[in-house]
Design a protein around this ligand. Structure first.
Ligand code: G3P
Length: 229
């Protein structure tokens, strides 16, 4: 399962893009509003940091059909990378119509704010590249977010659709791993959960132990220093 970063914070994007094997960045109006300022420059800066080969998902803010179409095309034209710029469109009737029209023209559409497998099925039939089910938002209202992703994975597998699942809205590492087990294609994860995917105190103490044991026997040298002699 591919991992994508769910933030527009440039410092976080620089950090995770350098150290973690992320395959892109997702944004939405809330995420962009957290950063504020010149939003077009922000999107350009995100693209510059991640480069042209990684995915950048940007959500439409227009709500009328004709305006969504124009806005989606303008977003892609501005960022100048049709292959790796995905336009996020919410799972509504107008959103499905726009998804169909834009997908038919070769735009990559991520149907977002997906809360049910039925919505995902319709989005797939409309030609979406991705559907983005909101795992934590479902779990938080005592619904089965992970089970919904599992249902979507099963439906997509049976139908053979090209639409992929980009699960979103994670509050715990367990949720991320649970959707990975379900056969989810990708997960977009915020900075806090991303850090927790890697961090473990026993990893830290193990590394400290290796360093201490090495130093006791070999002092300040390293294998590199010995090999260069
Ligand atoms: O990309 C949007 C999605 O991840 C929402 O996440 O944390 O606001 O539920 P959250």
């Amino acid at each position: 399962m591919r991992i994508i970063l769910d933030t527009a914070n440039l410092e976080d994007i620089r950090y995770f893009n350098t150290y973690y094997p992320i395959e892109g960045v997702t944004t939405n109006p809330t995420i962009l509003s957290r950063e504020g300022g010149d939003v077009l420059k922000l999107l350009r800066d995100i693209r510059d940091i991640i480069g042209e080969d990684k995915e950048l998902h940007v959500q439409v803010t227009e709500t009328e059909y004709e305006n969504i179409i124009v806005e989606a095309k303008a977003i892609v034209a501005y960022l100048g990378n049709k292959k790796n710029t995905f336009v996020k469109i919410p799972a509504t009737d107008t959103g499905l119509r726009a998804t169909k029209a834009l997908s038919d023209e070769g735009y990559g559409i991520t149907v977002t704010a997906v809360l049910t497998a039925a919505q995902a099925l319709l989005a797939s039939n409309a030609g979406a590249a991705y559907v983005a089910p909101y795992v934590s938002r479902l779990e938080n209202i005592c619904e089965d977010g992970v089970g919904t992703v599992a249902d979507i994975a099963e439906i997509f597998s049976v139908s053979g659709t090209d639409t992929q699942i980009l699960a979103a809205s994670f509050k715990t590492v367990k949720e991320v791993l649970d959707v990975a087990v379900c056969g989810c294609h990708a997960a977009t994860v915020g900075s806090d959960v991303m850090k927790k995917l890697l961090a473990h105190t026993t990893t830290d103490t193990s590394i400290e132990g290796f360093a201490s044991d090495w130093k006791k026997s070999f002092g300040e040298t390293t294998l590199l220093k010995l090999l260069k002699k």
